[in-house]
Design a protein around this ligand. Structure first.
Ligand SMILES: [Zn+2]
Length: 62
């Protein structure tokens, strides 16, 4: 999925995070969609607690 970005200074479109012309930070020309579900998703993530799946793995030497 390609996200087209735009430099607010040069008014040029690019696919990179940095403007190829001025090297400044580009922004998304489309405003982010407001989804109230995101709030709950974040709340749930904190509630249940995100654990590292790669935690506690010791090399077996047997
Ligand atoms: Zn620029």
């Amino acid at each position: 999925m390609r996200l087209l970005r735009k430099c607010p200074v040069c008014k040029v479109y690019t696919l990179k995070d940095l403007c190829p012309a001025c090297g400044g930070r580009t922004v998304s020309p489309h405003p982010p969609k407001f989804s109230p579900q995101d709030k709950y998703a974040d709340y749930r993530a904190r509630s249940i607690g995100i654990e590292d799946p790669d935690k506690g793995s010791a090399g077996e030497d047997g």
